[in-house]
Design a protein around this ligand. Structure first.
Ligand SMILES: CSC[C@H]1O[C@@H](n2cnc3c(O)ncnc32)[C@H](O)[C@@H]1O
Ligand SMILES: [Zn+2]
Length: 438
């Protein structure tokens, strides 16, 4: 996109202010930033010489924010299905990771995931995986944004030997990519059952010193709670509270098993929740109490989790699933509206990452991270309510264009910076390696 550009669309859903859909409006984008949102006729009068992209049957929405994934696990999609979390992890995923995960694996898997996410309208994702430097390179090649986890586990992997080693390596990656405006970092202890009190305390100190969010799986399964009661005599949240981890920098992933007191506790502490409905359903972990969390004032956003447990990196589908689950589990059709679901897929994720001053809605002053959805296909006709269609009727196949900082990354469903054939060849290569019987 040139220095100044008009994006004119049939509809614009800015997400902020909430509940608004504008018809026949334009976004003026200058040097990657939205500088005006105005009626198209007025935009033509005021800016007659500015180049324009006309999207006459499309809705423009903010880029989607995937608040929890393991991008490189796209190469493990469908490797092992239909198991509960701990059997899946201990008997299949962790052994496969120990044998196969390298910087090359992570780079190829992350590129594949970036391609899939861009084609699904995701412009920013919050990642937690081994070799984050390889994910960083993939993100920069794709043009997306990402928050990368400085991961920690108390056991060794093909990436690091002990918690100090994990932290040293992760912090070095953060130093190496300083100044990359599309990258940020989080402290990412894997889960309460894989990280000790001593390591968690160290991570909290680092997070405070470096002003980084903390990204952690939490209260995912009933077994996790039972294990914590057996080992620590308290539930995981109580343990983290005692360690001082509960606060507005914590992004707690899953939060399926919560009692009323815990919902109040995290609301008061300002903890953010990454709700991953498809992963929770597929691993039979349970259903997170999202309506109760929202009623308590918790910022709830959406994640796909990795492609090995979902098996799609499709955030619009998570918005639909979240809305349907909330209604079905409460018997209340207004428990989670389409507008709320879209806000969870955009602004709420940006807020959890501390990026809501820059992304998450289409308002002047924010970066031009924009998605165009084509609503002229027969699956989305007729159209009475655009937001209803975005959440309940449209699919990722209707996403036509994606921009990050005004840079066109998906043009009529074609990736502009990534080579789809090369990605497919790499996926086949790893398919042969991980699929080989030994
Ligand atoms: C420290 S790198 C991330 C680590 O997490 C594993 N993982 C993937 N999905 C889940 C999940 O739903 N709960 C817990 N852990 C998960 C992944 O395989 C890596 O080992
Ligand atoms: Zn996860």
């Amino acid at each position: 996109m040139t220095a100044a550009h008009l994006l004119s669309a049939r509809w614009i859903v800015p997400v902020e202010p909430a509940g608004i859909t504008l018809e026949h409006h334009s976004l003026l984008v200058e040097d990657g930033v939205i500088t005006a949102l105005l009626p198209t006729a007025e935009a033509h009068r005021r800016h007659p010489d500015v180049t324009e992209t006309r999207l006459d049957s499309h809705a423009l929405i903010p880029g989607l924010v995937n608040l929890h994934t393991h991008a490189a696990m796209s190469l493990m999609r469908g490797l092992k299905d239909d198991l509960p979390l701990m059997t899946w992890l201990k008997e299949h995923i962790w052994p496969a990771e120990n044998r196969h995960v390298s910087a090359e694996f992570v780079q190829d898997g992350s590129l594949l995931a970036c391609a899939e996410m861009l084609r699904a309208g995701v412009t920013c994702f919050n990642d937690m995986y081994f070799f984050p430097e390889a994910t960083a390179d993939a993100v920069l090649a794709s043009g997306m944004r990402a928050a990368l986890g400085i991961i920690t586990l108390d056991f060794p992997s093909s990436y690091a030997g002990d918690p100090e080693d994990y932290l040293r390596k992760g912090l070095a990656v953060r130093d190496a990519y300083k100044g990359e405006s599309r990258l940020s970092f989080t402290m990412a202890p894997h889960a309460p059952y894989t990280v000790s009190d001593r390591t968690l305390t160290k991570i909290l100190t680092l997070a405070d010193q470096l002003e980084l969010p903390i990204h952690m799986h939490l209260h995912e399964t009933a077994d996790e709670i039972a294990g914590s009661l057996a080992e620590h005599q308290v539930r995981p949240l109580t343990r983290l509270q005692a360690l001082g981890l509960l606060g507005p920098t914590l992004i707690a992933v899953h939060m399926v098993h919560l009692n009323e007191a815990e919902i109040e506790l995290i609301a008061r502490a300002g903890v953010h929740v990454a709700h991953c409905p498809s992963s929770n359903l597929k691993l039979a972990s349970g259903i997170a109490p999202v309506p109760a969390l929202l009623a308590a004032g918790v910022n709830v956003a959406l994640g796909t989790d990795g492609a090995a447990s979902n098996n799609r990196l499709d955030l619009l589908n998570e918005a639909r699933t979240a809305a349907l689950l909330a209604k079905g589990s409460t018997g209340e059709p207004t428990a989670l509206t389409a507008h709320q679901a879209l806000a969870m897929a955009t602004l709420h994720g940006a807020r959890a990452l501390g990026l809501d001053a820059r992304i998450g809605s289409l308002v002047p002053g924010k970066a031009a991270d924009i998605v165009a959805v084509d609503l002229s296909e027969l699956e989305t006709l007729p159209c009475y309510d655009v937001v209803s269609h975005l959440v309940y009727a449209a699919g990722r196949e209707h996403i036509s264009h994606v921009w990050v900082e005004g840079e066109l990354l998906l043009d009529a469903r074609v990736l502009t910076k990534l080579d789809e054939r090369e990605l497919m060849a790499k996926a086949s290569h790893w398919n042969r390696i991980l699929g080989a019987k030994t």
